[in-house]
Design a protein. Structure first.
Lengths: 215, 215
DNA sequence: GTCTATATTAGGATAGAC
DNA sequence: GTCTATCCTAATATAGAC
């Protein structure tokens, strides 16, 4: 039974470092983060960060990878499933808003990282979802395309391209968090007010999107 | 007629520096940007950056301020006006998508900066719009609230909170650009493909939003 | 595995000539 | 206003003891 010195009750060191790095990278961005700050947050010294992760860059990648992994698989699962469009909309909204309310800063971090390191998008879609981008695309978009097309032909929904549908849904769920500082100022909300706003949004959004689709 | 040495045909130095700084800050973020790179891009030496802007921080603020100023006033103008809700939606969509198509990286930059420097949001709303946040809020939200309320009572639209309406509209327009690298990979688009996607979106979005509002 | 101490470079900022 | 040269701290990374 191999086990390191079992310091305090903090779980093992590598995890502690990852958690600390997550906090610092999210707050300051990869470029703005300081290894010293991460070490302090993890209550270890700087050398140990390099022992486990070799360089700041690799540590940043590890953090990004883990964060992205928490965020995407669930939604993809839902959207690629055989559920009805109505259920997909409702479930996606609930799933995403509840998830993001617990980590409201994640979208800002992910989008910021992707903006400054577009090469990470490969890692994001590939490694995180477990399938190559083309497969992911086929699974999700093809399914939506089929469902939306059928509904349109049946006359129950007005026609909409699967891509626009997908982007609309993601926009409406994610943007409020990505733009949170701006929206809080614009709408005059504090943390609690923002949470209430999202709470109302949980019921509002499904109605809004389904209303837009209904013919 | 005061005029500096009139180097090349580049406009004056301060402008050149601002433009160069814009390019570098947008690409790498404030923390990741290097003063040396900005100097090179502007074809001046590093000392001159400090002569004009005193410090990297002030230069970053100047760039952010200018960028934000290009982005917001127009939409605010439209949304606070006396135009009908329908016209506001159509005009906002067209205005925003056309504007962003010319500078698709701007939302990523602005959101990234706001995420890492939330204090800039004050500057953003205040200085950029020319009015204090509360006034801005009253002007835009009060107007929308009145219009949406009237339409709901008249039975022509289903009820919707002004805040949700505003956030929905902004989300649908801005998010695709903020998440551009991700969406391009997810949808399998190159630059041209993304532009076509947005082109279709110009007509799609107005119909989508107005469809959602119609009772 | 974890630490202290230190090497080394990078990068923002300034002095001072022109 | 613009340049060259340089200062100086901050920050990543490594060496080597324990």
């Amino acid at each position: 039974m191999k086990r390191p010195k079992a310091r305090a009750r903090d779980g093992d060191t590598e995890q502690r470092i990852l958690d600390a790095a997550h906090a610092v990278f999210v707050a300051r961005g990869t470029a703005g983060a300081r290894m010293q700050d991460i070490a302090a947050e993890a209550r270890v010294n700087q050398a140990l960060l390099h022992y486990y992760f070799r360089s700041k860059d690799r540590l940043a990648e590890a953090v990004f990878h883990r964060a992205a992994g928490q965020l995407f698989p669930q939604v993809i699962e839902v959207l690629a499933s055989d559920l009805s469009i109505e259920t997909k909309v409702e479930r996606t909204v609930t799933l995403e808003l509840d998830r993001l309310l617990r980590t409201p800063y994640l979208p800002g971090y992910i989008l910021s990282e992707l903006h400054h390191h577009p090469q990470r998008v490969v890692q994001l879609l590939g490694t995180v979802t477990g399938m190559p981008p083309e497969v992911l695309r086929r699974r999700v978009l093809a399914k939506l395309h089929a469902q939306l097309g059928a509904a349109a032909r049946a006359g129950t929904m007005r026609p909409i391209a699967a891509e626009q549908f997908l982007v609309n849904l993601l926009s409406l769920c994610i943007f409020p968090f990505a733009a949170r500082p701006m929206l809080m100022a614009l709408l005059g909300l504090n943390e609690a007010g923002f949470a209430r706003f999202i709470g109302k949004r949980r019921t509002h959004l499904a109605a809004f999107v389904l209303g837009a689709l209904r013919s």
